[in-house]
Design a protein around this ligand. Structure first.
Ligand code: PLP
Length: 418
C-alpha cells in the first residue's frame, strides 16, 4: 500500500481515475485502544464491518485478539491474518458445512443460536463435542438504533429459559448475547437489554450463565448524527452489568464493528459531471456508498480541487487547492446542498444527502467522503464493471472523531459537516 501525507497529496501526485480508499492506521489504533482500555471484558471485532486485510492486521497489531465472524470466509481470513486469535461464530443461522469447517478446521468453539433447531444443528455437526461455548441470541429493543437488527434474529425473552436450559446441558460455556441495533444513539439501550438478561437469569437460578455478550451498536459520528460521547456508553454498560444478579460471575464480551473502524478510512471520489445540484461521481451505492443511498446516511464531505494543469504535462506535479479555502487571488465559495449519483446505470445508485459542498464544484474536482471505514468497502460490488478502486495509507487524522481525547484529531473547518 502506497503512503501519502493526506488525500490532497493523492490528488496532487496521481489524479486518480478510480475511487481511492484512504486508510488511517493511527485512527484504527486509537479506536482499538479505547475499547481495550474501557470495556470491562473481551472486545471481539465484528469482522463484517470491514474485512480488509489491512484492517484485520492493524487491529490485531493494536491488541485486538478476539473476533466475531459471521461466515466461513471471515473465519478463514482472520485465521490467516491473525494467528492464534479467538474467533466466535456469532451468526445465529449457519450452514452445517460452515459449522463443521469452523469447528474441525479452524478450532472455533463459540457459536451463537436463537432456536432449538440451530442448537441441535451445532451440537450434531460438531459430533456432540463437550467443549462448546453456546451463546443464545436474545431479541432486545432496538428503538434507539439508526439501523435496527432485531427483526431477523433473536429469541423472545419468553422462549429464552427453555433454550438456555437445553444449551446448558450440551455446553462447556453458556452465554447470552444481544444486539441493540447499529449506530445506537442512546447509551441506555444497553441498560435496558442487560435488564432483560438479568430478568431471565433470576428466573433460572440453577442454570449458570458464564458469558454476557452485549454485541455491537456503538456509534460513530456523522454530520446529522452526533452521539453522546463513548464515555457515556461505558458508564451505562457498567451500570447495566452491575445490576445483573451475581455481576462478578460472568465473562463480558462486546462485538463492536462500526465504532472500531468507521474513522479509519475515507474515500476519495471524482466528479464526472454536474447537473444543477446533482453531482455524478465515480463511486456509489454498488461501491462503498451503500449506506449513503439505501440508509440515507450523510457522510462528512469536502472538496479537493486540482489546480489548472498547465504544468503537469511538462512533468511537474500540479498543486491542489482545498476548496472552501481561499485560492490564491480568488474567493471562497459558499457551501450548497448537493445530491450524488453513482457511476452505474441504475437509478437507485443515488445518494440524496444533502452533502454540503462549495457552490463552484464541477467536473474534475475530487470529494473526500469521511467515516467510510465501516460498511463501506465491505459492501462493494462489481456491478456494471465498476469494481476498480485503490487503497492508500495517509497520515492525516480523521476529521470527525469519537476518540478526540486519544487521537490527535483536527477540527479542520474545511470538512463540510454542515
Ligand atoms: C452479531 C453482530 N455483532 C456485531 C455487529 C456489529 O455491529 P456494529 O457495527 O453496529 O457495532 C453486528 C452487525 O450487524 C452483528 O450482527
Amino acid at each position: 500500500m502506497e503512503d501519502y501525507d493526506g488525500p490532497e497529496d493523492v490528488v496532487r501526485r496521481s489524479r486518480p481515475e478510480v475511487p481511492v480508499t484512504c486508510f488511517r492506521p493511527a485512527a484504527l489504533k486509537s479506536a482499538a485502544r479505547w475499547f481495550l482500555h474501557n470495556f470491562p471484558g473481551k472486545t471481539l471485532y465484528a469482522v463484517k464491518a470491514n474485512p480488509d486485510p489491512f484492517v484485520l492486521a492493524g487491529l490485531f497489531e493494536a491488541g485486538i485478539t478476539h473476533f466475531d465472524a459471521a461466515s466461513l470466509p471471515e473465519i478463514e481470513q482472520v485465521s490467516t491474518l491473525c494467528p492464534g486469535a479467538h474467533i466466535a461464530f456469532m451468526h445465529p443461522v449457519k450452514s452445517r458445512h460452515a459449522i463443521e469447517h469452523a469447528y474441525f478446521d479452524y478450532g472455533v468453539r463459540d457459536f451463537s443460536f436463537d432456536s432449538l433447531a440451530e442448537l441441535d444443528k451445532i451440537v450434531a455437526t460438531t459430533g456432540n463435542s463437550k467443549d462448546l461455548g453456546l451463546l443464545l441470541r436474545l431479541a432486545v429493543p432496538n428503538v434507539n438504533a439508526e439501523m435496527p437488527l432485531n427483526d431477523k434474529f433473536g429469541c423472545l425473552p419468553a422462549q429464552a429459559l427453555a433454550l438456555l436450559r437445553a444449551a446448558r446441558k450440551v455446553s462447556a460455556r453458556l452465554g447470552i448475547c444481544f444486539h441493540v441495533g447499529s449506530q445506537t444513539m442512546n447509551p441506555d439501550a444497553y441498560v435496558t437489554a442487560l435488564g432483560l438478561c438479568g430478568d431471565i437469569m433470576r428466573q433460572m437460578p440453577r442454570t449458570a450463565v458464564d458469558i454476557i455478550d452485549i454485541g455491537g451498536g456503538f456509534p460513530s459520528a456523522y454530520p446529522d448524527m452526533t452521539p453522546p460521547p463513548l464515555s457515556e456508553y461505558k458508564a451505562a454498560i457498567e451500570r447495566g452489568l452491575d445490576a445483573l444478579p451475581h455481576p462478578n460471575r460472568y465473562e463480558f464480551w462486546c462485538e463492536p464493528g462500526r465504532a472500531l473502524v468507521a474513522e479509519c478510512t475515507s474515500v476519495l471520489v471524482k466528479v464526472e459531471l454536474r447537473k444543477g445540484d446533482v453531482l455524478y461521481i465515480n463511486d456509489g451505492t454498488y461501491g462503498s456508498l451503500f449506506d449513503a443511498g439505501h440508509m440515507g446516511f450523510r457522510y462528512p464531505v469536502r472538496l479537493i480541487r486540482p489546480t489548472p494543469d498547465a504544468v503537469s504535462a511538462a512533468g511537474i506535479t500540479p498543486a491542489v487547492q482545498i476548496a472552501g479555502t481561499k485560492p490564491a487571488g480568488g474567493r471562497k465559495s459558499a457551501l450548497k446542498p448537493f445530491r450524488f449519483y453513482g457511476p452505474t446505470c441504475d437509478s437507485i445508485d443515488y445518494m440524496p444527502g444533502p452533502f454540503f459542498l462549495p457552490d463552484n464544484i464541477g467536473e474534475g474536482d475530487y470529494i473526500e467522503i469521511g467515516q467510510l471505514g465501516a460498511y463501506g468497502n465491505a459492501m462493494r460490488t462489481g456491478f456494471n464493471g465498476f469494481s476498480a478502486h485503490e487503497i492508500v495509507s495517509v497520515k492525516t487524522p480523521p476529521v470527525v472523531s469519537m476518540y478526540a481525547d486519544t487521537t490527535e484529531t483536527t477540527d479542520d473547518p474545511e470538512f463540510c459537516v454542515a
